[in-house]
Design a protein around this ligand. Structure first.
Ligand code: ADP
Ligand code: MG
Length: 393
C-alpha cells in the first residue's frame, strides 16, 4: 500500500516525463468501506461508511490547447481527452472516460471556469473491488478542478454532482454513500449517513487498538443480472403492503402485524424477509453508531455478525465463498465481528479486529479460506482515513 505522498510523487514523475514541467495542482480522494447498513440506501435508510487509506491521486497543470483536457491514467496506460467547455453530452461508452467527463461537465455546470489542462491519475484503490474506486476517481477530479478554477464547491453539492456524473454518464444508478464519504470523510471518523435527509453525522472511530480489516473473497458471481432490480422491487412491494412510503418508515411490530397481508401474495414470504432485513439492518446501523461511540467493540462485532446472517438468510445476497470467509474470520482470536460489505454475491468482507492481531488473522484466514475454496483472498487493514483534499495546500 502506497501513501498519498508517494502516489503524488509517482504521478508527478510521470507528469514531468510526459510534459517536461512540474505539476501545479494536486488532488487526492479515498475509496471507502461500508461498516454496516447494506441495501438500506434505496429504502431511505442509514449507511455507515468510512474512508480507507487508499486513494486516487491526480496531479495536473495548465495546457495550451483551447477547449479540452487530457487525463492520463497510469492504471490504463492511456489518456482520456475530455471537454472542459460544457459541451459534453451523456452517455459515454468508454466507462472510465465517462466518470471523468461526467464530473468535469457537472463541475462546469456548477459554475466553475475550468482552464485547459493536463493531468496524471494514479490510484491504489483496487478497481472494481467494491471499495469505490469510481467515486474516488470522480471526487478526485472534482477536487482537482476546484484547485484549477481557484474556487471551492460546497462539499454536499460536490458529492451530489459526482453522483450525478455516475448516474448520467456511466449509467450506474448508485446511492449517495460513496461520493459523500469520499468527499467529506474525516480522519478518525466514520460517517453515519441518513439517505433520506442526506445529512451526515461523523462518529469517532479513532482507537489505534482496533483496525478495520478488508478481505476480498476474490469471487464475484453474476447470476441472472436481475438480483438488484428484483430486490428493489420486493422492497417497494413490502413497503406498499404495509402502507408506508418506504421501508425506512416501517418497524418490526408493523411487519408482524401485516403478516397476513403478506401471506396472501405469491411472493409474500420473500417480500416479508426482504423487509425484515432492511428494518433490522437500519436498527443495527443506528445501534452500531452508538456502540462505536462508546467503543463497545464486542457489541459492534455482534451487530456485524447479525448483519451478515440477515444478508444471508433474509436478503439472500451472500454466496458460499463469502459465508466461508466470515465463518473462518469469526473463529480467529482478536476478531470482534465480520460481515460481507457491498452489493453482494462476492466481493469483500469487513471485520473489526484487535490491531495487534491483524497479521495473525490475515495469515490464518487466508490459509483456511484457500483450503476450503481453492481461492487466495487479498487483505489489508486500515484506520478511518481523511476525505478528499489537495495534498500540497
Ligand atoms: P468500484 O467503484 O467498486 O471500484 P466500479 O465498477 O464502480 O467499481 O468502478 C471501477 C471503474 O472505475 C473502472 O473499471 C474504471 O472504469 C474506473 N476507474 C476507477 N479508477 C480508475 C483509474 N485510476 N483509472 C482509470 N479508470 C478508473
Ligand atoms: Mg463504483
Amino acid at each position: 500500500m502506497a501513501d498519498v505522498e508517494s502516489l503524488v510523487s509517482s504521478a508527478a514523475t510521470v507528469y514531468a516525463r510526459k510534459y517536461g514541467k512540474e505539476p501545479q495542482w494536486f488532488a487526492a480522494a479515498p475509496g471507502r468501506v461500508n461498516l454496516i447498513g447494506e441495501h438500506t440506501d434505496y429504502n431511505d435508510g442509514f449507511v455507515f461508511p468510512m474512508a480507507i487509506e487508499r486513494y486516487t491521486v491526480i496531479v495536473a497543470g495548465p495546457a495550451e490547447a483551447e477547449t479540452d483536457a487530457e487525463f492520463y491514467s497510469m492504471y490504463k496506460n492511456k489518456s482520456a481527452f475530455v471537454q472542459v467547455d460544457g459541451s459534453a453530452k451523456p452517455p459515454l461508452h468508454v466507462a472510465w472516460f465517462s466518470y471523468i467527463q461526467g464530473t468535469v461537465q457537472n463541475v462546469f455546470e456548477a459554475g466553475l471556469t475550468i482552464p485547459p489542462f493536463r493531468a496524471v491519475v494514479v490510484s491504489d484503490v483496487p478497481l472494481g473491488g467494491g471499495l469505490s474506486s469510481s467515486a474516488s476517481l470522480e471526487v478526485a477530479v472534482a477536487t482537482l478542478l476546484e484547485s484549477a478554477a481557484g474556487k471551492k464547491l460546497d462539499p454536499v453539492e460536490k458529492a451530489l454532482l459526482c453522483q450525478k456524473a455516475e448516474h448520467l454518464y456511466a449509467k450506474m444508478p448508485c446511492g449517495i454513500m460513496d461520493q459523500f464519504i469520499s468527499a467529506m470523510g474525516e480522519k478518525g471518523f466514520a460517517m453515519l449517513l441518513d439517505c433520506r435527509s442526506k445529512v451526515p453525522k461523523m462518529i469517532p472511530m479513532d482507537s489505534p487498538n482496533v483496525s478495520v480489516l478488508i478481505i476480498n473473497s476474490n469471487v464475484k458471481h453474476t447470476l441472472t443480472g436481475s438480483e438488484y432490480p428484483d430486490r428493489r422491487r420486493q422492497c417497494e412491494k413490502a413497503a406498499a403492503l404495509m402502507g408506508v412510503p418506504m421501508l425506512r418508515d416501517a418497524d418490526l411490530e408493523l411487519l408482524q402485524a401485516k403478516k397476513e397481508v403478506f401471506d396472501k401474495e405469491i411472493d409474500g414470504d420473500i417480500c416479508f424477509r426482504r423487509a425484515r432485513h432492511v428494518i433490522t439492518e437500519n436498527a443495527r446501523t443506528l445501534a452500531m453508531a452508538e456502540a462505536l461511540t462508546e467503543k463497545e467493540w464486542k457489541h459492534c462485532g455482534e451487530l456485524m455478525y447479525e448483519s451478515h446472517a440477515s444478508m444471508k438468510d433474509d436478503f439472500e445476497i451472500t454466496c458460499p465463498e463469502v459465508d466461508i470467509l466470515v465463518d473462518v474470520t469469526s473463529k480467529q482470536k482478536g476478531v470482534f465481528g465480520s460481515r460481507m460489505t457491498g452489493g453482494g454475491f462476492g466481493g469483500c468482507t469487513v471485520s473489526l479486529v484487535d490491531t495487534d492481531k491483524i497479521n495473525d488473522v490475515i495469515e490464518s484466514v487466508s490459509q483456511r479460506y484457500e483450503r476450503q475454496t481453492g481461492i487466495l483472498p487479498t487483505a489489508f487493514a486500515t484506520q478511518a482515513a481523511r476525505g478528499a483534499y489537495c495534498p500540497k495546500e
